[in-house]
Write a protein that binds this ligand. Structure first.
Ligand SMILES: *Cc1c(COP(=O)(O)O)cnc(C)c1O
Length: 247
C-alpha cells in the first residue's frame, strides 16, 4: 500500500526534498559557498496541512505562503506545537497588515513605505499586548525585470535607499534583505541569471552606501524553475513549491 500525505505519496515527497537539497548543495559547491548559507523555504500555497506536517517531520522548518488568509487556516490547524518559521511571499495590502504581523516571522513582499508603516504599527500593538518585541524580519520586493504584472519597487538604488531611510525609524521592523521574482519562462532558467545578478548588485551597493542601520544580508530569489541558478548568484532564501510536491 502506498502511504500518502495529502495527495502525494510520502516516497515522492521524500525523493523531491532530497533532490532539491542535493541541487542546492551542488550549486553552492560550484561557487564555493557553504550549503547551510542557503535556506529552503517550502512554499505551501498549493498543499494542505498534511504535506506541511510531513515536510516538518523531514526537517523543513521554513514554510511560505502567498496569502495571509491561507496561512492563518493552516497555522491554526497545525497548532502552536508546530514551531515553524512562517514566511509571507505574496503581495501584501495595508489592510492585511494586522494578520500578516501576527502570523508571519518574515515578510518578503514589502514594496512601499505605506506597507512598512502599517506593519510597524501592527507590530507595536502586538508588542504592547504580548510584551514581546522582536522586530519583524522584512525584505523589500524589487521588480528587477520591470514586468507590469508584478509588484515591487523599481530596481534603482535611489528609490530603494529612500525607503530604507524611512524604515530606519520603524523600530518594530528589521529590513534584512531584498526579494525578487524572475519572469516565468518554461524550460529556460538562463533568463533568470541576470535578474538575480542585478538583485545582488543592488544589495551590495545599498550596503556600501550604508542607507540602513543594519547590513542587508538576505537575497530571496529562485523558485522551482531556477533555484540552482539563484544559489550560484548568491541567494540565501530559495522559495520552492512545485518541485517539492510533484508526484
Ligand atoms: C508560488 C510562489 C513560489 C514558489 O513557486 P514554485 O514555482 O511552485 O516553486 C515562490 N515565490 C512566490 C512569490 C510564489 O508566489
Amino acid at each position: 500500500m502506498i502511504k500518502m500525505v495529502g495527495a502525494i505519496p510520502i516516497a515522492s515527497l521524500k525523493r523531491n526534498l532530497m533532490q532539491v537539497r542535493e541541487r542546492i548543495a551542488a550549486a553552492a559547491a560550484r561557487v564555493s559557498r557553504l550549503p547551510d548559507t542557503v535556506k529552503l523555504v517550502a512554499i505551501a500555497k498549493s498543499v494542505g496541512v498534511a504535506e506541511i506536517k510531513a515536510l516538518m517531520e523531514l526537517g523543513v522548518t521554513e514554510i511560505g505562503e502567498s496569502r495571509a488568509q491561507d496561512a492563518k487556516k493552516k497555522i491554526m490547524a497545525l497548532g502552536a506545537a508546530a514551531g515553524a518559521h512562517w514566511h509571507l511571499v505574496g503581495h501584501l495590502q495595508t489592510n492585511k497588515a494586522d494578520q500578516a504581523a501576527s502570523l508571519f516571522q518574515t515578510i518578503h513582499s514589502v514594496d512601499s513605505i505605506r506597507v512598512a508603516q502599517a506593519l510597524h504599527k501592527e507590530m507595536r500593538k502586538l508588542a504592547d499586548q504580548t510584551k514581546m518585541s522582536q522586530p519583524l524580519r522584512c525584505l523589500l520586493e524589487i521588480n528587477v525585470a520591470g514586468e507590469s504584472s508584478k509588484f515591487g519597487l523599481p530596481p534603482t538604488v535611489t528609490e530603494i535607499a529612500e525607503i530604507l531611510r524611512v524604515t530606519n525609524d520603524l523600530s518594530a521592523l528589521r529590513i534584512v534583505g531584498l526579494m525578487t521574482m524572475a519572469p516565468y519562462v518554461e524550460n529556460d532558467a538562463t533568463v533568470s541569471r541576470p535578474i538575480f545578478q542585478k538583485l545582488r548588485e543592488l544589495r551590495d551597493e545599498l550596503n556600501d552606501q550604508r542607507c540602513y542601520s543594519h547590513p542587508l544580508i538576505e537575497l530571496s530569489m529562485g523558485m522551482s524553475q531556477d533555484y540552482w541558478i539563484a544559489v550560484e548568484e548568491g541567494a540565501t532564501l530559495v522559495r520552492i513549491g512545485s518541485a517539492l510536491f510533484e508526484i
